[in-house]
Design a protein around this ligand. Structure first.
Ligand SMILES: [Zn+2]
Length: 243
């Protein structure tokens, strides 16, 4: 019974994350007004706003104009549902809160970077501060390790960014990525944060390499590196905090 209730709570949280993903990069309020179809502006009815179920019943399309509703909506909702069921497994309360917070933020940031190439400061900076605050009560981390993780992670990305700009003249790593590493480092500590960067770089080579060879992208095509960093950090965090 409890896992079902947690899963449902996660679906609702995921539904809110979808609103954040859609509205934050556009500079809109996440609480007001009611949701509208971005294409035809028709207000979304309550019965069409149920997590996952409505998307399936509507065949992934707006009821009014038949515009496609991205598969990201049900994906984020189900991911948050699974997260809420997993988070309480064998962790102290601060770790459980950290799991919910960090992975929700990474989910949202992965989506905003993928869709709009932005990593909103409104998510990364308060998130990093919360990571530091939660490090104290966590049994697997402490404030100094957390701060070291944030500074080392962000410092390394800032150095990478500077090198790339200097030698290639392209902004391969944005300032948003640097701030994302403040968040990741604060929750993971130094060594796992470096692991997350290495994993993201490896994923980038694996994904971009074949696309480059096939001529689907060019050397200067901007890639959503933040999405890869969020993915890498999420994987490293889940593995390293067990459960
Ligand atoms: Zn519509």
């Amino acid at each position: 019974m409890i896992p079902v209730a947690l899963f449902l709570a996660g679906l609702v949280a995921g539904s809110f994350l979808n609103v954040v993903i859609h509205r934050l990069p556009a500079g809109e309020s996440v609480v007001f007004p009611r949701s509208r179809c971005p294409v035809c502006r028709a207000p979304i009815r309550v019965r069409d706003n149920l997590p996952v179920i409505s998307w399936l019943r509507l065949g992934g399309r707006c009821r009014d104009c038949r515009a496609r509703i991205p598969v990201r909506y049900p994906l984020v909702e189900v991911s948050a549902g699974v997260l809420f069921v997993w988070a309480p497994e064998g962790g102290d309360p601060a770790l459980v809160v950290s799991r919910v917070l960090l992975l929700s933020l990474l989910l949202a940031l992965a989506a905003t970077d993928w869709e709009r190439m932005v990593l909103p400061d409104a998510l990364t900076l308060p998130g990093a501060a919360l990571g530091l605050v939660l490090a104290g009560p966590r049994s697997d981390l402490d404030l100094v390790t957390s701060a070291a993780g944030a500074l080392l992670g962000a410092g390394l990305l800032f150095a990478l960014r500077a090198l790339w700009l200097r030698f290639r003249g392209v902004e391969a790593v944005g300032l948003g990525d640097v701030k994302l590493l403040l968040l990741i480092g604060a929750f993971l500590g130094p060594a796992p944060a470096l692991g997350a960067i290495a994993l993201a770089a490896a994923l980038g080579v694996l994904v971009a390499g074949p696309l480059l060879l096939l001529g689907r992208i060019r050397r200067d095509t901007p890639l959503p590196f933040g999405t890869l960093l969020a993915l890498g950090a999420g994987l490293v965090f889940v593995v390293s905090t067990g459960g």
